[in-house]
Design a protein. Structure first.
Length: 64
């Protein structure tokens, strides 16, 4: 896994830990909602980066 992949994975792990810790509360305030939205955005960006990396690898190997 390259440096970018490791960084994305670390962000996902941290996000999961933060979500797990915030899951103990019953009510969700604006900071928690913003944090969840940020976590989702980071997750989606990581997925798109992974897809792009796979496409680049496939292109380098001559696959379509």
């Amino acid at each position: 896994m390259d440096k970018t992949g490791k960084s994305v994975m670390a962000m996902l792990v941290i996000s999961a830990l933060v979500l797990g810790m915030s899951g103990c509360k019953k009510e969700e305030g604006p900071a928690e909602k913003a944090g969840r939205a940020l976590d989702n955005a980071v997750n989606k960006a990581g997925q798109q980066m992974e897809k792009a990396g796979e496409a680049i690898q496939d292109a380098a190997k001559g696959k379509k």
